[in-house]
Structures are given as structure tokens and as C-alpha cells.
Design a protein around this ligand. Structure first.
Ligand code: TMP
Length: 214
């Protein structure tokens, strides 16, 4: 399967460990793009389709208990397949900017590095599920896991994993970014919210497709 970047619209992704501030940055990016007259679809994985919401409950609820690692990969992959086909691709085809809070890299980091499954096998599943659609840019908000996890009073199935698990997740995000600097921006999540937002805007601005004449 060959990597595919949408030829219309702009596909942006925010990634990072727990409590790194992705959703805040996703909202700020959306607000800035909308103020510039862009159609923006702000979305997230898992859970932003009706089926995805059910999957999110299963994979994250502590009531689910343990799942076989492969089951977990397939559930996240099913969420992605539904998300890409029913929401992401139609929005990109309309020329919208899609900002997703997590995508394939989360599967590679959490199920691959975190659960210590062979990353190439996990990647084949996740790429197949998404038709190998790749973001034009992924912003990694990097944070020491102990700092991010400290923000939660209650932890879900994934947040409740060990510090070592979350350390492997962090290293995996950093390694993916280092291997492909053209498509990644790594930012220190401890910086101020506005400072991070400005750095994201500076990187996104030149990627924006021309606005179609009214
Ligand atoms: P969120 O709390 O940032 O919405 O993320 C949901 C949780 O699901 C988070 O702990 C990361 C995890 N996750 C995976 O393990 N694999 C995936 O493919 C995705 C998208 C998220």
C-alpha cells in the first residue's frame, strides 16, 4: 500500500501522550482557521462517528477489563476505518481542513510500542483500515508522562497503564517525528498555550490550500 496525501483540503493531526493539551490546541487551531474563512472539521479518534462512540466506550471503559492485545488493535482500527471513510475523506474532498485529535500514530505508539506488539504488523492493520491516508502534518505535543498523567483524578483503561508503558509511547511518537521531519512538528507541551498555538499556526499557514474564489 502506498502512502496517500489528499489532493484537496488539508489533513492535520495532533498527537501526544495523556494530558499534553491536544484538545485545547485543536480548538485554538480550529478557531484561527475559521476566523480566516476556512471550513474546519474538528474530530478525534477514537469515537467521532456513531460506531466509533461505541468502540470508544469499549476500549476506554475500565468496566471492559482486559482485552487481548490484537482485539484492542482491531477495535481501534475499526474506529479509524469508519472515521476516515465517513467523515475525514468526504470533508477533504469538499476542500475542508480536517483537524484530528489522534490518528494512526496513536495505534503505532500505544498498541505497537506500548503493548509491545510487532510495530510493522500493527502498522499494516492500521494503514489498511485507513487506506493509508496520511496527514499533511502531525503536531506532536511532547510531555513527560508523569506530568501528563498527574492531571487525571480517574484513569481509563489506557491511562491506567504503567509509567513504563507511557514512556514507550512517548519515545515512539518522538521516533516517528524524527524519521519524517517534513510531516511532523514536535513541540514541548510545557510551553504556554499561546506560544504553542502560535508555533502550530506558523507551521500550518504555508500548507493551507488557496481559498477558492467566491
Ligand atoms: P484521548 O483521551 O486523547 O481522546 O485518547 C483516547 C485514548 O485512546 C488515549 O489513551 C490513547 C488511546 N488510543 C490508542 O491506544 N490507540 C489509538 O489508535 C488511539 C486513536 C487512541
Amino acid at each position: 500500500m502506498t502512502a496517500r496525501h489528499a489532493s484537496t483540503g488539508l489533513f492535520l493531526c495532533l498527537e501526544g501522550g495523556e494530558g499534553a493539551g491536544k484538545s485545547t490546541q485543536a480548538r485554538l487551531l480550529r478557531d484561527w482557521l475559521e476566523a480566516a474563512g476556512r471550513e474546519v472539521v474538528l474530530t478525534r479518534e477514537p469515537g467521532d462517528t456513531p460506531v466509533g462512540a461505541e468502540i470508544r466506550r469499549i476500549v476506554l471503559s475500565p468496566d471492559t477489563g482486559s482485552l487481548a492485545d490484537r482485539t484492542e488493535v482491531l477495535l481501534y482500527a475499526a474506529d479509524k476505518a469508519e472515521h476516515v471513510e465517513t467523515l475525514v475523506l468526504p470533508a477533504l474532498a469538499r476542500g475542508a481542513v480536517v483537524v484530528t485529535d489522534r490518528y494512526v500514530d496513536s495505534t503505532l505508539a500505544y498498541q505497537g510500542a506500548g503493548r509491545t506488539l510487532p510495530v510493522d504488523e500493527v502498522e499494516r492493520v492500521a494503514r489498511w483500515a485507513t487506506g493509508d491516508l496520511r496527514p499533511h502534518l502531525t503536531v506532536v505535543l511532547d510531555l513527560e508522562p508523569a506530568a501528563g498523567l498527574g492531571r487525571f483524578a480517574e484513569r481509563d483503561r489506557i491511562e491506567g497503564e504503567s509509567l513504563e508503558f507511557h514512556q514507550r509511547v512517548r519515545e515512539a511518537f518522538l521516533a516517528m517525528a524524527a524519521a519524517d521531519p517534513e510531516h511532523y512538528l514536535v513541540l514541548d507541551a510545557r510551553a504556554g498555550v499561546e506560544e504553542i498555538a502560535a508555533a502550530v499556526r506558523a507551521r500550518v499557514e504555508p500548507l493551507l490550500p488557496p481559498v477558492a474564489p467566491a
